[in-house]
Design a protein around this ligand. Structure first.
Ligand SMILES: CC(C)(COP(=O)(O)OP(=O)(O)OC[C@H]1O[C@@H](n2cnc3c(N)ncnc32)[C@H](O)[C@@H]1OP(=O)(O)O)[C@@H](O)C(=O)NCCC(=O)NCCS
Length: 432
């Protein structure tokens, strides 16, 4: 039985992709919520693609840190005045692969014939994470709200101790192990023998290639400007984390952040905390052709995988990619481009090692894919330089992969994304 995704003539076409600039959290977008960022990306996508908003059947969006007052970000984005109120919308969560989950959820609807046109993507505002009350404070507030008299209410509130007032801030840590992402990346570097020098060189490469992508307009073409300030007088048009002038010596001089004694992961070879949003427009192939849209690429196959978070938290792309490639019926040599999410340089280098390793291949039930040609890898840099708004990254990567494949007149591309919980995603796209 064919493992191909979508019937001939009814494949899932990627029509367009747009993102906001990705900016370091606490900077230009600190006043914008994930919902606002998502709305701006989708607005830009609709404007650029010219799609009739009334023809969109579904909007699927991902985010990692949801707004507890508006948890269905997709529906809030769909309530943009451009769209009719009847636009169905749901939100998904798959940690840093949330936009990928949104894309495959929307694509599945197209393949099933339940939708003809869909928008998928994600957004994250790490400037606006919810700060929670401690358990003691919450318990006292709930008890006070149930009190039957004012004295009873005051007695309940009087039980609050100073330590109860310390707010609880979310950590980028695994609930199951307590280990932060950075600690996990350090563990992976140690287990896989990834040298600090290699991590820093990879980070430098990411910044250089991303800077080149902005300079020659390839990255600029994917970005819609965002206007901020009291009178919207400031136009944010560029990513602000790319360090064009960064040097290897500067990177090598940075102190490890997560394992200060023996670690190799630094602020320079880790992706920065970032705000931003990205979205893609998907159509069933026959619908696109009937409406006169020229697809950039088609989804040929995808896969998800998972492993024990206590093992190598960000290594699941090494399990997902071989499966996606088998489903696509392709070998590494067939690929014109490979786009890997760069959470940490240590993670990308571990994932690359995993793709060539018989041990990891056996776990995926496959032969090793082999060594990825670095000249085809993340050719416009990646999350280390561009930034990583968790819920949005997958849509950025898919857009970059499809656009660059088109520019190079290539045929096949692979993308991978690692995610918290020991999750991994891989997708293969094809042109024509
Ligand atoms: C690593 C991390 C803690 C660093 O945060 P930070 O300390 O605010 O980072 P900064 O940008 O201030 O960088 C720290 C220093 O490194 C320097 N630096 C960072 N990147 C650099 C580069 N590419 N070249 C040269 N110097 C660099 C900065 O200039 C700064 O130096 P300074 O202190 O002299 O100003 C934060 O980015 C983080 O938590 N990242 C991981 C996010 C994560 O876990 N994501 C999940 C992935 S799935």
């Amino acid at each position: 039985m064919s493992e191909r995704y979508g019937q001939p003539g009814r494949r899932v076409a990627v029509i367009a992709g747009v993102r906001t600039p990705f900016v370091r959290s606490g900077t230009a977008f600190k006043g914008l919520s994930a919902i606002e960022l998502g709305t701006l990306a989708v607005d830009g996508l609709v404007a650029r693609s010219g799609v009739d908003p009334a023809a969109v059947d579904a909007l699927v969006f991902g985010t990692v840190v949801p707004d507890i007052l508006a948890p269905n970000i997709a529906r809030e984005v769909a309530l943009h005045p451009r769209f009719p109120r009847s636009l169905d919308a749901h939100s998904v969560s798959r940690a840093c692969a949330s936009a990928n989950q949104a894309i495959t959820a929307a694509a599945d609807q197209l393949v099933l014939g339940h939708a003809r046109i869909a928008i998928a993507g994600g957004a994250e505002s790490l400037s606006n994470v919810p700060i929670l009350h401690s358990r003691g404070f919450s318990d006292a507030l709930v008890a006070a709200s149930r009190a039957k008299s004012v004295p009873q209410k005051l007695r309940t509130l009087a039980q609050i101790r100073p330590r109860d007032l310390v707010p609880v801030t979310p950590a980028i840590a695994e609930p199951s192990t307590g280990e932060t992402m950075g600690q996990s990346a350090d563990t992976m570097a140690k287990l896989n023998g990834i040298a600090r020098e290699d991590q820093d060189h990879f980070a430098l490469r990411s910044h250089r290639l991303a800077a080149a992508g902005w300079k020659d307009g390839r990255l600029a073409a994917e970005v819609t400007p965002v206007y901020v300030g009291p009178r919207y007088e400031v136009a944010v048009t560029q990513d602000n984390g790319i360090r064009e002038d960064s040097t290897y010596e500067q990177l090598a001089a940075l102190r490890p952040v997560f394992d200060r004694g023996y670690g190799t992961v630094t602020a320079g070879n880790a992706s920065p905390l970032t705000d931003g949003a990205a979205a893609v427009l998907l159509m069933r192939e026959d619908v696109a052709r009937a409406l006169g849209y020229a697809p950039i690429a088609f989804i040929r196959a995808y896969a998800y995988a998972a492993l024990d978070p206590a093992e190598q938290l960000l290594q699941a792309p090494a399990l997902a990619a071989p499966v996606a490639m088998r489903r696509a019926g392709l070998a590494l040599a067939d690929l014109d481009l490979v786009e890997m999410h760069e959470a940490f340089a240590a993670q990308v280098l571990s994932n690359l090692q995993g793709l060539a390793s018989p041990v990891w291949a056996r776990r995926a039930g496959m032969e090793p894919l082999g060594d990825v040609d670095r000249a085809r890898l993340n050719v416009m840099g990646g999350s280390l330089a561009i930034g990583h708004p968790f819920g949005a990254t997958g849509a950025r990567i898919l857009t970059t992969l499809c656009r660059e494949l088109e520019r190079r007149d290539g045929q096949f591309g692979l993308m991978t994304v690692c995610a918290a919980g020991g999750l991994g995603h891989a997708m293969v796209v094809e042109r024509a």
